[in-house]
Ligand binder design. Sequence first.
Ligand SMILES: C[S@@+](CC[C@H](N)C(=O)[O-])C[C@H]1O[C@@H](n2cnc3c(N)ncnc32)[C@H](O)[C@@H]1O
Length: 435
Amino acid sequence: MVSKKYLVYMAHSNVNFRRAELESLADLCGLDIDFSTYDEESPFFVVDLPDDAQASRWIRRSVLCKALYEYWGEGKNLQELHESIKSQPFHEHYKQLYRQDSFKFQFETYRGSTRANRVEQIETFAYLGLQGKIDMKRPDQIYTIVEEYRPLAENVGSTIPERMFFGRLVQRSDRHAMEVYDLKKRPYKGTTSFEAELSLVSANIAQVKPGSLMYDPFAGTGSFLSAGGHYGALVLGSDIDGKMIRGRGAAYDISSNFKYYGESVQFIDVLTMDFTHNSIRSNLKFDTILCDPPYGIREGIKVLGADNLEKYVGKEDVELYGKKSFLHRDYIPAKKSYSLDNLLDNLLQYASERLTIGGRLAFWMPTANDENVETMIPLHFCLELKYNCVQEFNKWSRRLLVYENRGPDFNGQDNTGTKRAVSNFRERYFTNFNR
Ligand SMILES: C[S@@+](CC[C@H](N)C(=O)[O-])C[C@H]1O[C@@H](n2cnc3c(N)ncnc32)[C@H](O)[C@@H]1O
């Protein structure tokens, strides 16, 4: 296969999720990428790809990347950079290809900044022989010098880069979507709303596809529905708490967000429904299930039912204004406590039955760091665990678990029915983590 060298420049953010996002998007584009030189610590990844069109398709959706460049060379300083550029086998070819195009130069800096005169630096590239017009607004080509600095100490930046790359911009990423979906600007949000960056990243790792069907069974204020809609899925949600999805009598609800983003066409609806008493017809298949299940942090986990059933016996037929009370719109059914272990077992089982083969289940799960106990990841024999990406906080962490439905023949490891949580997460959140 003929290929070209490209430079992927990543954001220094949610580092533990970067590779999972890149791999998932590559897989979505049918690209077979060699990650053997990928370095978890570095924001740079030099990689061979077939051509610009395929490279663009790969990075266009990424949130944790900043941009992708056609690779022209690299060095420890400007002089080494020039030597590297001139020594590349593709150097003369590239020079000819873009010689007449309008262009501009730009700089990107990672963890530092220089006092060097940028105009003088640009002039050192005269040997490229660019003959097109300089166009700062809409150039045909943007040549970029990406500099990496090593901070001298914590909060003390360096002014001398330790590495420089030079490349031609091929594709900017979708990182600007973080601004668009920023919770501060969102019309309808609540205390459970999930931040924009990681909800978009979750949708990428869950491989939400345009025109596919995505379901969030714990929709809350609809953060993941918005992220799924952004990547073109038709999205359906449900939540046990009708007030959440109706917007607590306020002027805004989940559908207002879709209108605000100009994506109403992606939004199917949200249903008030207990996930464990799921009423979605069983032959409807989803391509993706993406959610943030209740952890019982703010309130205990509840499902329909009653802890003290005897209290309700014989009351099913109570009538109010000539109608069975449970048929009234404002009827609030009794609920009983439920464990996170059981809820996650239900979620994995549901995903194994309702996801298309190859479809992904992605959900967030909290874990405590305060005890030295290994976290037991829920496993189901039909689901292949693809990613377990951890986001660390001070005394607790949460992880995004991503599974692919491989069907019953997969015969994977299964720990359904096991007590995984060592002790109640809610209790520990309030007593231990906040001190
Ligand atoms: C962590 S929040 C999800 C927040 C959501 N991602 C958002 O953007 O607001 C969990 C949600 O699950 C809902 N929930 C709790 N138990 C449920 C159940 N048994 N069935 C369906 N939803 C449930 C809660 O009402 C809550 O809105």
